[in-house]
Design a protein around this ligand. Structure first.
Ligand code: F6P
Length: 320
């Protein structure tokens, strides 16, 4: 039987994290548990930076971007010494259960604590959509929407000036943001880490388009960390009649009020996380698969790589 539950957000923030904190808190209070919000992820766990929550502590946050608890990256949390300090801090307030909201780094921290006897459930929240065990992570829908809106605007100006816009989006080592956005903006080229990047092929495609769509414009959407978009835009200017221009969308993709899909996902996942804990399940993470909220062993989510979206890429290639 759980007495006290803590909730934290960790890693890169994602729109909808607040909605998840709200759902976890209210579901847990409903079950009669004491609830603490933990500031700044695992760092707050180590420092004992806890806030006692009541129902009103999470009022007015459902629509707010970011995470009102704060977030941090703490790679050192893999050290047992820090984990033991965190557990000692938790014991001071009888905290025996924890919901960790974030990506696979967050899951790792949660898994280490679960191995030491703390009841832990993970909720996937990252704009990258790179967490295994779920088709969508909280924040992805909002970031996808932000990118589509931004690239639509870039297309307006690219069209006016007969340019080729090379847009870099986030995603870390996952191409979902680039692929889903690229499809929705009608990009001419999408560069993702799941496929080998060959500059000659991209340039050949752009030159071909340049010939068949004379006087038009083009959009290239590239996942970060794969190519220097400024250099690629320069090359495009050299080999085609387009003037290449690079835009790095950057952290704007992580901000903003969560779209309804992220609010709903966060609410369903937050509620499910507490239900799992109340049923004595620990070391699991929640997810959405085929429109159903499910749970899987957290270790599977950490160990496996996410499946490649080959079908969507094939459709894109056919239609581009
Ligand atoms: O994991 C989310 C993410 O936004 C990635 O897409 C990106 O590579 C990284 O975080 C950026 O991290 P930071 O905000 O620490 O620079």
């Amino acid at each position: 039987m759980i007495k006290t539950l803590g909730v934290l957000t960790s890693g890169g923030d994602a729109p909808g994290m607040n909605a998840a904190i709200r759902a976890v808190t209210r579901s847990a209070l409903e079950k009669g548990y004491e609830v603490y919000g933990i500031k700044n992820g695992f760092q707050g766990l180590v420092y004992g930076d806890f806030i006692k929550f009541d129902r009103n502590s999470v009022s007015g946050i459902l629509n707010r971007g970011g995470t009102f608890l704060g977030s941090a990256r703490l790679p050192d949390f893999k050290k047992e010494e820090l984990q033991n300090i965190a557990i000692a801090q938790m014991k001071k307030v009888n905290m025996d259960a924890l919901v960790v909201i974030g990506g696979d780094g967050t899951y790792r921290g949660g898994y280490d604590l679960a191995k030491k006897g703390i009841k832990v459930v993970g909720i996937p929240a990252t704009i990258d959509n790179d967490v295994v065990g779920t088709e969508y992570s909280i924040g992805f829908y909002t970031a996808w929407n932000t990118i589509v809106e931004a690239v639509d605007k870039l297309r307006d100006t690219s069209a006016s000036h007969h340019r080729c816009s090379v847009v870099e989006v986030m995603g870390n080592r996952c191409g979902d943001l680039a692929l889903y956005s690229g499809v929705c903006v009608g990009a001419e080229v999408i560069i993702v880490p799941e496929d080998d990047f060959r500059e000659e092929e991209v340039l050949a495609k752009i030159c071909h388009l340049d010939q068949v769509k004379k006087g038009k414009h083009a959009i290239v959407v590239a996942t970060e960390k794969l190519v220097d978009v400024n250099k690629l835009a320069k090359k495009i200017s050299e080999v085609s009649t387009y003037t290449g221009r690079a835009t790095i969308l950057g952290h704007i993709q992580r901000g903003g009020s969560p779209v309804p899909n992220d609010r709903l996902l966060a609410t369903l996942m937050g509620d499910k996380a507490v239900e799992l804990l109340s049923n004595g399940i620990s070391g699991h993470c929640v997810g959405i698969v085929n429109d159903e909220i499910v749970s899987t062993d957290i270790i599977e989510a950490i160990d496996k790589g996410k499946e490649k979206k080959s079908d969507l890429m094939k459709i894109f290639t056919r239609l581009a």
